[in-house]
Design a protein around this ligand. Structure first.
Ligand code: ADP
Ligand code: ASP
Ligand code: MG
Length: 401
């Protein structure tokens, strides 16, 4: 049996006309002889009645919901979506079975809100497929050994899809969404962003973990373990989208003058914190990081010098971080509302002049660089959030992406 997993994101199932387009892709796959497992997200985005964020907003700020109950609430979005999608497929004459994550055999840890997939038992799905049925599975959901419903973290329907792809040894996992594929930048920010036709798992995992939210990084890591090809495609067209594979041959065949950067991406809602010791006390750096850890505050973009510790935290954690630092009698300065702009590309390593071009691009636009960092595949610059869009466009242009 050749199996394909087709995942449809929130906007792809938000209305009847969109679901009709989604169904065309399922029928096309069936025509090609595939047994189809469909994974659906909750319908629509915030503001629409059954979207995940809308469900979350049903809890008033004075009410208290446990993490367990919040997962029960959030999981409803995908359940509603799967039932409605299944009904439309049946209306078109297909045999359909709708399954929750638990019924589909997705066993998870009990980390409510961000559960990890511990195991998938594909038996039930296989039995349904063997009877020529389309199986519609709720994305985002799993179940603990004790039978508790869990969710896989925001954007986790991608993870459901690739995990099922691995368990079923699928020929492809198709991620259908509202853009033409994985682009050199978020097309809603950089208008001339270009579709990338073929990427490796590593390239896209880097890109996704730096903020390109078109596919969840955990989904890519799972597919990579079993080399299951992913195609990121638009629900509204028949274009091939972006193919993601291990791509060894592709990499070897790359021309020497190929693009250095895969693309640019961003993460925002951050605050930069600078800490000094009044008394130039030795070892104050140790106090800073220990106190952040004890407060459960994750720090990023850190830079330690003998005089100063600089790092970023999410805006939501600033108050707590500053209070903890003041309690240690340290001198604290903050710059709120900063954003990390990341230039990502496997080709960065060892290529001279990449940082020079980035700095040139930002300087030409009079964008202040608050801090920078680099790894084998990424150069990050911290900028004021007001400058973020300009910075993304400037780097995108400078490298002719
Ligand atoms: P879905 O609901 O289908 O899962 P998401 O909203 O999670 O869709 O992901 C699609 C969105 O990702 C696009 O609308 C786009 O704004 C955003 N995005 C961010 N970076 C990129 C990128 N590099 N390429 C394509 N889309 C991107
Ligand atoms: N509905 C979930 C979310 O909004 C999962 C997903 O769409 O991937 O995070
Ligand atoms: Mg998504």
């Amino acid at each position: 049996m050749k199996v394909i997993v087709q995942k449809f994101g929130g906007t792809s199932v938000s209305s009847r006309p969109m679901r009709e387009k989604a169904i065309m892709h399922i029928e096309a796959a069936m025509q090609e002889g595939y047994s189809v497992v469909v994974v659906v997200s909750a319908m629509g985005r915030i503001g629409e009645p059954y979207a995940t964020d809308t469900l979350l907003n049903l809890i008033a700020s004075e009410d208290i919901v446990s993490a367990r109950d919040q997962d029960l609430l959030m999981s409803c979005g995908e359940t509603i979506s799967a039932v409605i999608f299944g009904a439309m497929l049946r209306g078109r004459g297909h045999e359909v079975t709708v399954l929750t994550g638990g019924q589909a055999g997705i066993a998870t840890t009990s980390d409510f809100g961000n559960a990890r997939i511990a195991k998938i038992d594909p038996e039930r799905i296989m039995k349904e497929l063997e009877q020529n049925r389309i199986v519609v599975v709720t994305g985002f959901q799993g179940m603990t050994r004790e039978g508790e419903t869990t969710t896989l973290g925001r954007g986790g329907s991608d993870t459901s899809a690739t995990a099922l792809g691995v368990a079923l040894d699928a020929e492809f996992v198709d991620i259908f969404t509202d853009v033409d594929g994985i682009m050199t930048a978020d097309p809603n920010i950089v208008q001339d962003a270009r579709r990338l036709t073929h990427l490796t798992y590593t390239e896209i995992a880097n890109f996704a973990s730096q903020g390109a939210k078109v596919i969840h990084p955990r989904a890519v890591e799972l597919a990579m373990q079993k080399n299951i090809p992913i195609r990121v495609r638009s629900t509204e067209s028949n274009d091939p989208g972006t193919l993601v594979t291990s791509g060894v041959h592709f990499l070897e065949a790359r021309p020497a003058n190929d693009k250095i950067l895969t693309g640019v991406t961003h993460s925002k809602n951050l605050t930069q914190i600078k800490v000094r010791s009044h008394a130039a006390q030795t070892g104050f750096q140790n106090l800073v990081f220990r106190s952040m850890a004890e407060n459960g505050i994750s720090v990023d973009f850190f830079n330690v010098t003998p005089e100063e510790v600089v790092y970023t935290v999410p805006n939501t954690h600033v108050k707590q971080a500053v209070a903890a630092l003041h309690a240690l009698d340290l001198e604290v300065q903050t710059i709120p509302n900063v954003a990390k702009v990341a230039a990502v590309g496997a080709g960065i390593h060892g290529v001279p002049g990449v940082m020079a071009r980035i700095v040139e691009a930002l300087t030409e636009e009079k964008i202040e660089i608050l801090q920078s960092a680099d790894s084998n595949t990424t150069i990050w610059c911290l900028v004021h959030e007001n400058d973020m869009v300009k910075a993304l466009r400037a780097i995108h242009d400078k490298f002719n992406l």
